[in-house]
Design a protein around this ligand. Structure first.
Ligand code: SAM
Length: 432
């Protein structure tokens, strides 16, 4: 490759899902990280693939309108954030554009109705949990695209009480007989903190008490657990000390969340998510609601107030135990929960024969079988699809369409400021 094919001036047209910017050089698509639309940069190609190239930016020649100075000193090195160099108001607009493009290109909807963007009340201090990597005395996050740890003192995305926990975790490291691979920290809306110490290999017995860990971390640690990464690559619990759960208060709801259960990470947005999903259940006299991938019942319980009966399906036993407990503490007797992989729970779904369905799957979205079986439910009227991946959402929407289920509207709810991640609530209706 000639030097001028490798290093050249490039104008960034837009951002794409995954966080990179797209520009064109001699008609060829060039993807570059940490740029903003309108930026003119000196780009250097690092990988050439068939049809496109990947480049890094060597120098900023002209800044696009959305470009700002990143607030965090680790930005660019740390892999946690992608878009700190972009004004927050514009981050959400660019996410909207990415969602629209996915719905058009993959979802095959000419003019998708994206009727609301719900920005996060604060674009800092919003995360209630972090998985910190540990190696050779360093505590931090992986650098982008690598397994090198960026040693950090503070993460501005984290909730204030746990924002500067890293130096204290280093003190804890000094008292542990074996260095762990990760620390997982979760602080609830009541500032009750759960800590997981995760090992990937052999480790010696830990003799620290809960009181000592509380003292070292200067946090309201209610419990800590020792975990070991199992054969499937996920941490498995060895032992827990103290309380292994906390509570989340969201508006009028209370949720018990155990150390091994999922809970929405953005403390400012969980109430908005509950509000928009349960408003959909309220707008018509639905009889029976199903919530697939229901977690601790975060959406099932609020939706359950507006229907005769509701049920949730979830594969994580810990989350289902929480959900069963949560329906009781929230005074809802018309809900039941089942611990199943969604595919294995389809018979339960068919037996209930719901007219209203919520799905909130992981990034991989729904399987074709799940889409087909849901679409064929005789009484089905509405699906609320909560998605953290616009590509799989659009793919599933295109498949639902072939079964006579159309997307009426979508709302972008920004769960992950400073990152490229796009969370969407899509509302689908059965038309035939
Ligand atoms: C994005 S979370 C949503 C949880 C819940 N809707 C909420 O708002 O808190 C996805 C949930 O799906 C569960 N899950 C992942 N794979 C699953 C599967 N194949 N079948 C059922 N549940 C699954 C996870 O344990 C997790 O609780």
């Amino acid at each position: 490759m000639k030097q001028n094919d490798k290093v050249f001036k490039l104008k960034i047209e837009k951002l794409v899902y995954g966080g990179k910017g797209l520009g064109r050089h001699n008609g060829r698509a060039i993807f570059v990280p940490q740029v903003s639309p309108g930026d003119v940069i000196l780009a250097e190609v690092v990988v050439r693939k068939s049809g496109y190239s990947e480049a890094v930016f060597k120098r900023l020649l002209e800044a696009g309108e959305s470009r700002i100075r990143p607030k965090c000193p680790y930005f660019g090195k740390c892999g946690g954030c992608d878009w700190q160099h972009i004004r927050y108001e514009d981050q959400v607009k660019f996410k909207r554009d990415i969602l629209e493009e996915n719905l058009q290109k993959i979802g095959k909807i000419k003019k998708p109705n994206i009727d609301e963007i719900i920005p996060s009340t604060s674009c800092w201090n919003y995360r209630n949990r972090a998985q910190l990597k540990v190696k050779n005395g360093k505590v931090g996050f992986f650098a982008k695209g690598s397994h090198n740890i960026v040693d950090i003192e503070r993460c501005l995305l984290l909730k204030e009480d746990i924002q500067d926990v890293m130096p204290k975790l280093k003190k804890l490291l000094a008292e542990l007989p074996t260095e762990p691979a990760e620390f997982h920290i979760y602080s609830s809306s009541k500032n009750e903190v759960l800590l997981k110490i995760v090992y990937s290999g052999k480790f010696k017995k830990i003799n620290l008490t809960l009181e000592r860990i509380r003292e070292i971390l200067e946090l309201n640690i209610v419990g800590f657990g020792i975990y070991k990464v199992g054969l499937e690559g996920y941490p498995e619990r060895i032992k827990f000390f103290g309380r292994d759960f906390t509570y989340e208060i969201v508006d009028k709801f209370k949720f018990r969340v155990s150390a091994d259960s999922f809970f929405q990470v953005n403390i400012f947005q969980v109430g908005n998510l509950i509000d928009r999903v349960s408003r959909a259940a309220m707008e018509y006299q639905y009889m029976l609601a199903g919530d697939l991938y229901c977690g601790v019942g975060t959406l099932t319980i609020p939706v359950g107030r507006y229907v005769h009966r509701a049920f949730g399906v979830e594969s994580n036993f810990s989350a289902i135990s929480d959900a069963l407990y949560n329906k009781d503490i929230n005074g809802l007797r018309n809900i039941n929960f089942y611990c199943r992989e969604t595919e294995e729970g389809l018979d339960i779904v068919k037996n209930y024969n719901p007219d209203f369905i919520v799905v909130d799957p992981p990034r991989s979205g729904l399987s074709q079988r799940v889409v087909r079986e849901l679409a064929n439910l005789p009484r089905l009227k509405k699906i609320v699809y909560v998605s953290c991946n616009p590509s799989t959402l659009a793919r599933d929407i295109a498949l639902f369409h072939t079964f006579g289920i159309n997307m009426e509207k979508a709302k972008l709810i920004d769960m992950f400021p400073q990152t490229y991640h796009v969370e969407t609530i899509a509302f689908l209706r059965k038309v035939r």
